[in-house]
Design a protein around this ligand. Structure first.
Ligand code: UD1
Length: 337
């Protein structure tokens, strides 16, 4: 059985990926420092798959702890690296925290991979590297735009650090550029757990429908889009999780075409904020209290993926649409209350 290290494996995307890895027969060891996740997720994963993943409570900023980890776990076949900080606003307030959490830890991991001869690496990147792309849908060859935030910058720098490392070590890496991950597992055992007031659209929508928030603010009604609200590519987290399995398999089976590859992971379909609200109202049967307000600083107009490279090379495609993902998010929210 192949053994995969999943860093940040108790987080939103990480936990769904652990489930899919176990479903595919991989043995999983999770590293998580619980800074933005709960230990309860371990039991939730186990209740879905029937198998308890190994778990190590390690802060990846602790280099000696990573060294000890690799001494203890000798047989790692691949690493999926989710562990990172992801709040855009916070990254502007605390840039060094972000560079340390997202870049120092990446460097430590890559160093230990080289020392311990672990070569297969999947990196969580983001469509944020494209900024406001000039053409839709966005292909992988669209250039990086100046990052809007330290968080966004860590994704650009992270990709560059990995790419440079692949040139001089036996590292083989795939960066997956996620569009907007939403939804939850159909069991409603795992999902997104935002701390405090949600910054992202879908948790704000579901909390408003629950009555936890009074009103959803729609940021901007005057964008040059069909209905004036901003357009994104919302992908079901289970589809996204499965893309990691496909990417990992590509590396393990040596089907990669170069030692550093990038793939867009989205649905290929753009949805406006108002499209999301309508779809949510349909699947939940609830009317959402919302109001169009000013644009949010730093937001782009539109971003949706050209997924053809991932479809052909990874032999992966999405199975769920926006309504499926919103229904799953709503079911999950109701379990949280
Ligand atoms: C945000 C981050 C992005 C990050 C991604 C991770 C910003 C500016 N960008 O992307 O870097 O990679 O999350 O998931 O924070 N919206 C509302 N009302 C709300 C919340 C959001 O109208 O209360 C709108 C936004 O203006 C946007 C859309 O909904 O048009 C999606 O927003 P969000 O879920 O925050 O994702 P992004 O901004 O695309």
């Amino acid at each position: 059985m192949q053994k995969i290290l999943v860093t940040g494996g108790l987080g939103f995307i990480g936990s769904h990926t652990v489930v899919e890895l176990q479903n595919e027969g991989y043995e999983v060891v999770i590293i998580d420092d619980l800074s933005n996740s709960s230990i309860d997720v371990l039991d939730k994963i186990t209740s879905i798959t029937g198998r308890l993943p190994e778990f190590e409570n390690i802060d990846l900023k602790d280099q000696s702890a990573i060294q000890s980890f690799f001494k203890k776990h000798k047989n790692i076949d691949g690493i999926i690296h989710f562990a990172a900080s992801k709040a855009v606003g916070e990254s502007v307030e605390e840039p060094l925290k972000y560079y340390h959490n997202n870049i120092s830890t990446l460097i430590y991991l890559l160093e230990e991979m080289s020392i311990n001869n672990v070569s297969n690496f999947i990196f969580s990147s983001s469509c944020t590297v494209y900024g406001q792309a000039d053409k839709m849908p966005i292909t992988e060859s669209a250039p990086f735009k100046p990052a809007e935030s330290p968080y966004g910058n860590t994704k650009q720098i992270g990709e560059e650090v990995i790419y440079d490392t692949t040139k001089v070590t036996n590292l083989k890496a795939i960066a997956l550029r996620y569009f907007n991950p939403i939804g939850a597992h159909k069991s409603a055992n795992i999902g997104e757990l935002p701390i405090g007031i949600p910054q992202n659209l879908i948790p704000y929508v579901t909390q408003t429908a629950m009555g936890i928030r009074e009103q959803l603010s729609v940021f901007g009604g005057d964008y040059p889009t069909p209905d004036g609200t901003a357009v994104r590519d919302y992908i079901h987290v289970v589809d996204l999780a499965k893309a990691h399995i496909a990417a990992l398999r590509r590396l393990i089976e040596n089907n990669n075409k170069s030692n550093f590859e990038v793939f867009n992971i989205g649905t290929g379909k753009g949805s406006s904020v108002l499209n999301v609200i309508k779809a949510f109202e349909k699947v939940s049967g609830k009317q959402l209290n919302y109001k169009i307000v000013d644009r949010r600083e730093g937001d782009i107009i539109e971003a949706y993926a050209d997924t053809s490279l991932a479809n052909t090379e990874l032999k992966w495609k999405t199975e769920y649409n926006l309504e499926d993902a919103l229904a799953a998010a709503w079911k999950w929210q109701q379990t949280l209350k």
